[in-house]
Design a binder for this molecule. Structure first.
Ligand code: CMC
Length: 427
């Protein structure tokens, strides 16, 4: 028997296995604790709870390490492409040329939406948030493809995966086009994945549109950096929903909703709104930092802090560098970048942030890049969703491959004890 842990409750001692991951992470396996002792563990927010064993992504929050399938994020950011990273996450290894070509080809083949889908977007109010539209549209894919909903059928799963990755940019861009009253564009399958997305977003039937290679590369980089982040809120949601054996579209739709929240992916929209508000209200960075620290004010310094990273977020380091690079190459001077840098410098020296180990996260500088290339603010989180999609899929796939049970946490009940029902006249 390997290493064990002992838990003493009253006069009883329970021996629990300790398991070790491939990077030396150790965990006490409590799977049989309740059947042995009648007790459960309580961990609101799951800060100390491993929900699965996973071979997809490794994070060391203390050292600022992030690897997809063993490859450092810095290498992937420099040398890979988003489509290749998507393949890596989903299939476990880097593709050879033929595998990558076939994958790209299949994604190209599936970019179009069913023509009737256009009326789906037209039925929404003009100011519908793209995240609500994306989540609803992804759930609705299940109505268009009833032939590929079975999560235990490898062929159906494969085709759903390719459809989803190919169609999410089309879906996101249609949500945007509808909001500004422009016609929906058909995908242009001569373009690459990101180029096609830019075409869907920014082209119109009246003008020629050329993809700017600087913008294309910047978006590709951001998608790579967002592609997976192990058991975060939206990914855990996708796994939990998927564990009920529902189809992939329904599970991903749930993930999109979870991502929307301002403590998660929605923070990228909030960061830029925070920077714009600081600029418009004429606040100093110092004044805003004081606000974010104040207990009487609900504002947080958006784009700062992370549940796992307690030293630095390696994605933020890469994005900050890319931010200067992209703005330089586009010849854009950004007041928002200046404010962001000032906020970061102040916060990193401030006792409040230092004590709580709060550092810039992936969302702090990404919005400055999106903003500089003309992306509408309410599309920022939808871009995050396009990036995170392969990660959600890889984790969903792993869940089914590992034949995990339905996810069903327990609770400690603290409500009223049994009481007699009183008739309404007597209340
Ligand atoms: N500004 C000011 N105070 C903060 C911030 C912040 N951005 N983040 C955390 N704190 C404080 C918080 O008030 C608490 O203080 P105290 O101990 O005095 O009550 C302490 O730091 C710990 O915060 P927490 O909310 O318990 O920490 P958590 O690990 O549960 O939350 C977080 C992590 C990311 C939700 C949080 O840091 C946050 O809300 N940050 C701002 C939103 C944001 O940028 N989210 C994007 C995260 S990265 C991308 C992604 O996951 O999608």
């Amino acid at each position: 028997m390997g290493e064990t842990a002992e838990l003493r409750i009253g006069n009883e001692t329970y021996t629990l296995p300790v398991i070790e991951g491939s990077e030396g992470e150790r965990a006490i396996d409590i799977e049989n604790l309740r059947s042995q002792s009648g007790l459960i563990t309580l961990d609101p927010g799951y800060g100390n709870t491993g929900s699965c064993q996973s071979a997809v992504t490794f994070i060391d929050g203390e050292k600022g390490i992030l690897r997809y399938r063993g490859y450092p994020i810095e290498d992937l950011a420099e040398k890979s492409s988003f489509v290749e990273v998507a393949y890596l996450l989903i299939y476990g290894d880097l593709p050879n040329k033929e595998q990558l070509d076939n994958f790209r080809e299949s994604l190209r083949y599936h970019t179009m939406l069913h023509e009737d889908f256009k009326s789906f977007f037209s039925a929404m109010p003009k100011d519908a948030h793209p995240m609500a539209a994306c989540s609803a549209a992804v759930a609705a894919l299940a109505t268009f493809y009833p032939d590929s909903l079975e999560p235990r059928d490898p062929h159906q799963v494969e085709v759903s995966i390719h459809r989803l990755i190919a169609k999410l940019p089309t879906i996101a861009s249609y949500a945007y086009k509808h909001s500004i009253g422009q016609p929906f564009m058909y995908p242009d399958n001569r373009l690459k994945y990101v180029g096609n997305f830019l075409h869907l977003m920014f082209a119109t039937p009246c003008e020629d549109f050329t993809v700017d290679p600087v913008v294309e590369k910047a978006i590709d980089l951001l998608l790579i950096l967002h592609a997976d982040h192990e058991q975060n809120c939206s990914t855990s949601s996708v796994r939990l929903i998927g564990s009920s054996m529902v189809n992939l579209f329904a599970a991903i739709s749930g993930g999109i909703n979870a991502l929307w929240g301002p403590r998660h992916g929605g923070a990228n929209q909030d960061v830029i709104e925070m920077l714009l508000a600081i600029a418009e209200e004429g606040l100093t960075a110092r004044e805003f930092v004081e606000r974010a620290k104040s207990r009487d004010d609900t504002s947080r310094l958006m784009g700062f802090g992370h549940r796992v990273y307690k030293n630095f977020d390696p994605r933020a380091t890469i994005i900050k560098k890319a931010c200067y690079d992209v703005l330089n190459r586009l010849g854009v001077h950004s007041k928002l970048l200046e404010i962001a840098v000032e906020l970061e410098e102040l916060a990193l020296k401030d006792e409040y942030f230092v004590e709580r180990k709060l550092y810039p996260n992936v969302d702090f500088y990404s919005g400055v890049i999106y903003n500089a290339i003309g992306t509408p603010v309410n599309m920022f989180t939808a871009m995050f969703a396009i990036g995170r999609l392969p990660g959600w899929i890889a984790q969903w796939h792993e869940l089914h491959h590992d034949k995990q049970k339905i996810g069903r946490p327990r609770q400690v009940y603290v409500g009223p004890n049994q009481r007699p029902y009183t008739l309404i006249e007597q209340r």
